[in-house]
Design a protein around this ligand. Structure first.
Ligand code: CA
Length: 487
């Protein structure tokens, strides 16, 4: 009997009559539920995977992992910047419902922009099911508060870093984290029991240090990290390949020895060498790819630890990112824009014996990750009612089921939830409308098949397509009660 009959079919098959609500225990006995290892570097674009033959980047571990995984090359970050993505990931809700409408900084703190204590995250659900939960690396869901933590990233006009108190950790009982701190060669962390003033620095590249700790957590050295005999969920949130790109070990840069910056510039939306953004791309691309290669190397070490500890079979492994990186393409420095380099993220999931290795063009959206993972773990009836994402577990398991035909794109100016940019991305098009104070809406349409580098706005040339996509966009926004519709 397949483990992944739907619950109703499964219970029927074993002679249990189900009336009304289904029991919450799922098809797994509690102690046999799968583990979860969720690894997501920051700012790694979907194109930066060697096996896709898009960016000329070296990723041997991810290439091998892809061969064992469901790969979703069309997965996006719907609001491609740090905190809004992270809040959608944790809550399964869209930004207007979880109140993380911008990055969590001192500027947005007055709007209450941080992960809400009473939102029920997937980690809260797993905690209640007896899981051990570990979080290692960047959090960026806490609003910085005066008096500000005395560290870099908090010395400019905008403050970024903050401690996350234990009662705001949403079930994570092993904590080794920080809010925002970008000095990758000397990162800063709060360990589990450290108070707000008790952060420490480490003289090691962030992803390597975090992989060291993830491996200890997986091995559960000295039974210090998690409860034995119970399932666990471990998040490893690496900061590279985020800026500053120069903060990367030389050994990874050396892997690109002999490559000129022009060898690494293979996209049609990179400006000429004598333009501002063309020069920016050429200056940074080697280090950016070197960082991706370093992340790949450290991810490989985490996978090896799972294998060495005979945990491969019982562990769901996800590799993704919070958003991509333009790196100068289309005149954009980094992210928080509708372009493919910002929106598309890696998304690979491995669940041996359950999810067949393959590539699928599913239009995955960020809020869908939460219910999909819980559903895969046999916990679909524990998914909170107010959660807005849609489980794609059936599609992951069988390749069949209802497929979304679009993905939302969102950008909200701080303190103005009714303004900014809203758009939809489909398999063919990216359509977007911008609203600003005192200015009428501005429409933009890219045909991503005819114009893969999104160089032309064809909204006026193709009014029918634009109108159809506008209708689709407005329906999605109505479903989410986005105040933008009425502005
Ligand atoms: Ca980020």
């Amino acid at each position: 009997m397949g483990l992944y009959l739907g619950r109703r079919e499964f219970l029927g098959a074993i002679g249990v009559t189900v009336v009304g609500g289904l029991p919450g225990s799922g098809v797994f006995a509690a102690a046999n539920r799968p583990n979860l290892v969720f690894v997501f570097p920051d700012q790694m674009r979907g194109q930066a995977l060697g096996f896709l033959n898009e960016d000329p980047v070296i990723t041997p571990n991810l290439d091998a992992f892809a061969g064992e995984s469901l790969v979703l090359p069309q997965a996006v970050s719907n609001y491609p910047v740090c905190s809004p993505y992270r809040a959608m990931l944790m809550t399964g809700k869209w930004p207007h419902a979880n109140n993380v409408l911008s990055n969590c900084t001192s500027n947005t703190e007055p709007f209450g922009c941080e992960l809400q204590k009473d939102d029920r995250c997937w980690s809260d659900v797993l905690k209640d099911k007896g899981y051990s939960l570990g979080y290692i690396g960047k959090w960026h869901l806490e609003a910085p508060r005066a008096p500000y933590i005395d560290c870099a990233n908090n010395r400019g006009k905008t403050k970024w870093n903050e401690w996350c108190p234990p009662d705001r950790r949403h079930g994570f009982d092993f904590w080794y984290s920080y809010n925002t701190y970008d000095y990758h060669l000397r990162p800063l962390y709060w360990s589990n029991d450290a108070g707000r003033d008790d952060f420490h620095y480490v003289d090691q590249w962030g992803p390597e240090h975090e992989a060291d700790l993830a491996i200890k957590y997986i091995k559960n050295e000295g039974a210090k990290y998690r409860r034995g005999g119970r399932p666990f969920a471990l998040v490893v949130s690496m900061n590279p390949p985020h800026t500053p790109y120069s903060m990367v070990p030389k050994k990874y840069v050396d892997m690109y020895a002999g490559k000129t910056s022009d060898d690494l510039c293979n996209r049609g939306n990179i400006g000429a060498a004598d333009t501002k953004w063309g020069a920016y791309y050429r200056k940074n691309v080697k280090n950016y790819f070197a960082m991706v290669t370093g992340v790949d190397d450290q991810f490989g070490r985490i996978l090896e630890a799972l294998k060495q500890n005979a945990l491969n079979k019982d562990t769901i492994v996800v590799f993704t990112s919070d958003h991509g990186n333009c790196l100068g393409c289309n005149g954009q420095m980094t992210k928080n824009v509708h372009y493919e380099e910002a929106m598309r993220v890696p998304f690979m999931i491995r669940f041996p014996g359950r999810i067949a290795a393959r590539s699928d063009d599913l239009l995955l959206s960020t809020p869908d990750i939460y219910p999909t993972l819980l559903d895969l773990m046999g916990l679909e009836s524990d998914i909170p009612q107010d959660m807005q994402g849609i489980s794609r577990a059936k599609l992951f398991l069988t390749g069949k089921g209802v497929r979304p035909d679009s993905q939302l794109y969102i950008w909200v100016p701080p303190g103005k939830p009714h303004l900014g940019r809203r758009g939809v991305r489909t398999h063919r098009y990216t359509f977007m409308i911008t609203k600003a104070e005192g200015k009428g809406p501005v429409r933009l349409l890219h045909d991503n098949v005819k114009d893969p580098y999104q160089l032309k706005n064809v909204a006026v040339e193709q009014p029918k397509v634009a109108a159809q996509l506008e209708k689709k966009l407005k329906k999605l926004l109505r479903d989410h009660n986005d105040p933008w519709l009425n502005s």
